[in-house]
Design a protein around this ligand. Sequence first.
Ligand code: ATP
Ligand code: ZN
Length: 225
Amino acid sequence: MSESNRLRIAIQKSGRLSKESQKLLKGCGVKFTVNEQRLIAPSDNMPIDLLRVRDDDIPGLIMDGVVDLGIIGENVLEEEQIERQDTGKPAQYKKLRELDFGGCRLSLAVPNEFKYDNANSLEGLRIATSYPNLLRRYMKQQNINYSDCMLKGSVEVAPRAGLADGICDLVSTGATLEANGLYETDVIYRSKACLIQSTTEQSPSKQALINKLISRMNGVITARE
Ligand code: ATP
Ligand code: ZN
C-alpha cells in the first residue's frame, strides 16, 4: 500500500455521529462534498480525504495505521481496544480530544417487573449486548457471574423476545428503554465522540496539518460552548 501524502480522516458514513462530524470539519475550514455512493470524499481546498465507513471499523483503521485521524464514540473505541488487547493485535492510538457531541452511556437495564436491589441482583442473568468486552470488564469488577447473548441490533427487544433476562446497551434519554418496558440499573461506561490519531509517525507536513486542524477545532468547540 502506498503512503498517501493526503491526510486520511475516517468518519461515520451514516448514523448518529455523521452529521456532527461533517459539521465540525466544515467548521474547521475543510471544504468537501459528500456523494452518498462514495466511500471517499476528497477535500477541495486541503490535502485531506474523508473516509466514510461504519463506526465499528474506525478504531481498527486507526490502530492498524490505515487512516491518520478518526472521529468515533469512546464506547466503540474502548470496546475494540479491549478486544485487540485480549487477542494480541495492535491496539494503540492517541486521543487528541474529546468532542462536544455523541454523548451517551452504556447501561445495564432489566424488565420493569424484575426486582433489583444492587448489582448482585444481576447474578446468573443472561444479558444481551453489542458490547461484550465492556460488559465483561464491568461484571468482573463487580464479581458477578452472567452469560451473554451477542446482538448487533435490536438489543432492547431481547428480554421481551425471551432471548435474555436483561440488556447492556447505549442510552441517552432513556425513552427507548421505557418504550420497551425496561429500566436502567447500572451505568457501566459514559461516552462522547472523540478525535483520535494513529500512532504511526507522520511526515512533518501531515503533522503540521493535523496541528492546524486541532487548533481550529479547539476554536470551533470553544465558540459553541
Ligand atoms: P454504523 O452503521 O456506523 O455501524 P451504528 O448503528 O453502530 O452505526 P449509531 O446508532 O449511529 O451506530 O451510533 C453511533 C454512536 O453514536 C454510538 O456508538 C455512540 O457513541 C453514539 N450515541 C449517542 N447517543 C446514542 C444513543 N442514544 N444510542 C446509540 N448511540 C448513541
Ligand atoms: Zn456500528
